[in-house]
Design a protein around this ligand. Structure first.
Ligand SMILES: *Cc1c(COP(=O)(O)O)cnc(C)c1O
Length: 385
């Protein structure tokens, strides 16, 4: 098993902290590369899932690109060694200064979501005597079976260019001298485990390609985004998703024109399982239905349960006594500061080491200082060996 924790060593580190299993990360990257290489697919890592320098460096070492959603992510990716030719910049609201950062560094592509954004990028590029390569982010109106806060490819969402606006946008692109149209981009949501959603996306893209053929303006890049889910319930049994089946869907269902490249932007599926939030029990308090295990990590360290009712498996790494049920809660002055209700754990006492699993994606990056708490630190498995 990849996730056998070095408990004795971890017990000596001041909690709360994030622990990253670098061997699992390497193995995950290896499998992604092996499966994507079968079809010459291009992988960009979605930096927003986890922007730690060590993790960025590891991803870059496997030859993947970086998918960024802010100017600072562009800078962090370049600083971690990603070549500018593999950095792309997406996001529904890019500020002028972030666009400048992208142009100054000659990044591969801007994923653009509206006509006003195209106009601003063109204007800034003209001023800087540059040409901006752009991919148009299209809202494919494909429903992803996932939580309503993390579905993005429906017409009611704020993301992307609507299908009925596409011709107008393509006309606009033609008029702008400092914009070069290189691709189309989609991203239908996150934590998607039903591969049928991707099948539907492929069908929608095939239909759309007819429009580009008709206009004799074929995009080179078909960027299908990310969103592949991980198994939050069984992190040890399923330490990585079925990348083989995932990439095969696109090979089976996406019809490419000559010279077209397929790009992916994977985040959660790359780093989700390699991270664990480690915390110690401060107090055990008796409740009416269940007891409370009050731990020293809170929603400021990991906000996913409070933000979108996300489930994380919780384990007590230092007790083997008979099981009991606990509400596992943090110290923060909010009722939503709860990691799990009626969680079965071995009998738990003050000082026990608690692991909140599958926290490598959208965990540490979302940490904040609410209640003036310090930010959690990161510990890497290869530094402990
Ligand atoms: C968040 C995001 C991703 C990554 O999503 P995951 O679910 O972490 O794979 C990819 N592309 C875009 C445009 C995103 O916003």
């Amino acid at each position: 098993m990849y996730n056998t924790f070095p408990i004795e060593k971890l017990n000596k580190v001041e909690t709360p902290f994030y622990y990253y299993n670098m061997r699992l990360l390497d193995n995950t990257l290896k499998v992604i590369k092996q499966e994507a290489d079968k079809y010459d697919y291009h992988i960009h890592y979605a930096v927003k899932a986890n922007a730690n320098k060590r993790i960025l460096e590891r991803v870059n070492a496997f030859g993947f690109g970086a998918d960024c959603v802010s100017g600072n992510e562009v800078s962090a990716s370049l600083a971690a060694g990603f070549p500018n030719s593999k950095v792309v910049f997406a996001g529904v609201g890019k500020a002028d200064k972030e666009i400048i950062t992208g142009l100054e560094n000659d990044i591969a592509c801007f994923n653009v979501e509206s006509i006003p954004e195209l106009e601003v990028i063109d204007e800034i590029a003209a001023r800087m005597k540059k040409t901006a390569r752009v991919a148009l982010r299209i809202n494919p109106n494909v429903k992803a079976n996932t939580h309503k806060y993390i579905t993005t490819g429906l017409e009611e969402n704020k993301f992307g260019i609507y299908l009925w606006d596409l011709e107008k946008v393509l006309d606009k692109v033609k008029q702008l001298d400092n914009i070069k149209f290189v691709g189309i981009h989609f991203h239908i949501g996150s934590q998607i485990n039903d591969l049928d959603s991707y099948k539907m996306l492929c069908t929608r893209i095939n239909e759309l390609q007819e429009l580009f053929v008709k206009r004799r303006n074929i995009p080179t890049i078909i960027n299908v985004g990310g969103g592949l889910g991980i198994d939050y319930e069984n992190p040890d049994e399923n330490p990585m998703p079925d990348f083989e089946a995932f990439f095969k869907i696109f090979d089976d269902f996406l019809e490419l024109k000559k010279g077209q490249e397929v790009h992916f932007e994977l985040g959660r599926s790359v780093v989700g399982q390699c991270g664990t939030l480690m915390s110690k029990v401060l107090y055990v308090k008796e409740g009416i239905n269940t007891d409370f295990a009050i731990i020293d990590a809170g929603m400021s360290d990991l906000i996913r349960p409070a933000l979108y009712q996300a489930y994380h498996k919780i384990e007590n790494l230092t007790s083997e006594h008979e099981e009991n049920k606990y509400d596992v809660v943090g110290p923060i002055c909010e009722s939503s500061d709860c990691f799990g209700k009626a969680v079965s754990l071995p009998a738990t006492v003050r000082g026990d080491l608690i692991a909140i699993r599958s926290a490598g994606a959208y965990g540490e990056v979302m940490a904040n200082q609410y209640n003036l708490r310090p930010l959690p630190i990161a510990i890497y498995s290869d530094e402990m060996e």
